[in-house]
Ligand binder design. Structure first.
Ligand SMILES: [Fe+2]
Length: 269
């Protein structure tokens, strides 16, 4: 199965899993967090059922490519075992770190962008791709802080990672809006500088304003600023498989499907 680059998909969360299996609504593709299925055999069975009808993307949240203490190889092996069952069309993760040693921090934490972190991340991406036997997509983070020790921009860092590893990129357009607001840069310029040829997927998610910042909560409809930047990004990158993410205060499935319709309209207008 392949993903049609003009057909949006939705992030499928456990709350909608049974309804998806029962009703099988028309939608281009689905993306799940594989970590939600590793210790839930019933959910894994339902996902396996859905994989006969929909292209599935596995978006990992526990492979910590920015971790100074290395990648958890057991976790990677379990993700691969699930992938062998589901046959995902895409596999992706974040430019961030979320583990240290045996500690799992349940957050996507930022990295400085310099030579040292570049070596570390590139090595981990190669390790992940080797273990999964396929290219891995790296997603740009939503940022709230920068580091004095950074010596390059995020887009240059991503160019370097692509160059060294042959990985692909997932451009989260809403993360660009959030980071641009919080860090004070021009979101269109960021999209201009993003490695367009390496983009294999786009994300759109809702954010929440809080004390002057934008927080990447995935708890709201997609904001107009994200739709506008999405249209700009599609002009720059061309059509790419686009996914609606909604992880908190999850609405009825119907509302998610309507957001995906909106993406289809924004894509083609
Ligand atoms: Fe995302």
């Amino acid at each position: 199965m392949t993903v049609n680059r003009n057909t949006p998909g939705i992030g499928l969360r456990l709350a909608h899993l049974a309804e998806m299996v029962a009703t099988r609504p028309s939608i281009g593709w689905l993306e799940v967090h594989p970590e939600n299925f590793l210790t839930n055999p019933h959910a894994a069975e339902l996902l396996s059922e859905l994989s006969a009808y929909y292209p599935i993307s596995l978006h990992t949240v526990g492979i910590s490519i920015g971790s100074a203490s290395g990648i958890n190889r057991l976790h990677l092996k379990r993700i691969r075992t699930l992938a062998e069952r589901i046959h995902p069309v895409l596999m992706s993760g974040h430019l961030a770190w979320s583990t240290h040693g045996n500690e799992y921090l349940n957050d996507l934490l930022p990295l400085p962008y310099n030579r040292e972190s570049l070596e570390l991340v590139a090595g981990h991406v190669l390790e992940v791709q080797d273990a999964l036997g396929r290219p891995y997509l790296i997603e740009n983070p939503a940022s709230y802080v920068g580091f004095h020790s950074s010596t390059m921009t995020e887009t240059v860092f991503l160019w370097e990672i692509v160059e060294r590893t042959g990985c692909r990129l997932l451009c989260d357009v809403s993360n660009v809006v959030v980071s641009a607001h919080n860090m004070g840069f021009d979101p269109c310029r960021y999209v201009d500088d993003f490695p367009a040829d390496a983009v294999s997927e786009i994300h759109l998610g809702g954010y929440t304003p809080e004390e002057g910042l934008l927080i990447d909560t995935h708890a709201a409809p997609i904001a107009d600023r994200s739709w506008d930047l999405y249209a700009y990004a599609v002009r720059r990158f061309g059509s790419r498989p686009t996914l609606i993410e909604w992880d908190n205060q999850i609405p009825p499935l119907k509302a998610l499907l309507e957001e995906a319709e909106h993406a289809h309209y924004a894509h083609t207008c």
